[in-house]
Design a protein around this ligand. Sequence first.
Ligand code: HMG
Ligand code: MG
Length: 295
Amino acid sequence: MRVKVKEVGPRDGLQNEPLFIQTEDKIAWINQLSKTGLSYIEVTSFVHPKWIPQLADAYEVASRIERVEGVTYAALVPNRKGLEGALAANMDEVAVFMSASETHNRKNINKSIEETYPVLKEVIDEAKRANKTVRGYVSTVFGCPYEGKVSIERIIAISDRLFELGIDELSLGDTIGVANPIQVQRTLERLLKQFPVEKMALHFHNTYGMALANVFASLQMGMTIFDSSLGGLGGCPYAPGASGNLATDDLVYMLTQMGIDCGVQLEPLTKAAQWIEEKIGRPLTSHHSHVVRGN
Ligand code: HMG
Ligand code: MG
């Protein structure tokens, strides 16, 4: 069995950091991540800089990183304007996003769910014309900070629509980290009846410390693609209560200990974690970083 780890630290990890990380430092960090064996890095997002000031330097970062062969470099884009930036920076892949709940969708991208589809369609069509692969995120799959539980029928309907629009892969977002392993398995049981497992990914946040348990539950369902952020950095500023992502270092440690190949080496990953820890000016939250610090 082989698992694919998709590093979202430079985007999801940093987007909520209050202290602006210098452009040069973002670039240097991504360059380090490129040499850890990771095969996928979401490097930034081309959203409105007023909404996400930390990533206002998206073009600079995306266009100046050193590309390593075999690594896919992706960026989050909300609309056509964002796509233009991502294409100008020659990203390999773009990721579109929307929520399964109306309120979060509105707070995050200022549109209703129905109004979002044509915007995403335009992005997907244009990205395909430029020969790019497109990833789709659905947020609040396992719970919404404003609306609570989200029905499985709604998640299926949105997933269906996004695949119809042409996405190549769908990432199911536990935006505020409220999923539990049984809920994950029940959700996947339904979704995997309809959508191919190799096109499905999971994106856990770790608010209640359940992200690794949720990964294990997903592995048992045959899932092999997981998003994570080095050191456990992360969170969505438009989802109150959202905390850090599943930590890449914890994920890689667990997979390695279980004898599951993911191609990522823990040693350079640890160095890259220590490096960004210094830049953000506070201790990282991953278990692995606690062990490395000795506390
Ligand atoms: P809006 O205000 O509705 O945009 O924002 P608009 O289309 O009405 O345009 C207003 C102005 O914004 C115009 O400028 C546009 O040009 C400009 P003006 O004419 O007034 O000078 N504009 C842009 N500027 C730069 N880049 C763009 C862009 N688009 C329009 N792409 C918008 C709509 C989507 C832009 C805004 O709501 C936004 O940027 N939202 C981003 C929110 C965000 O990044 N959230 C975090 C990422 S999602 C997440 O973390 C969840 C995930 O990790 C999965 C999970 O955990 O569940 C993926
Ligand atoms: Mg996220």
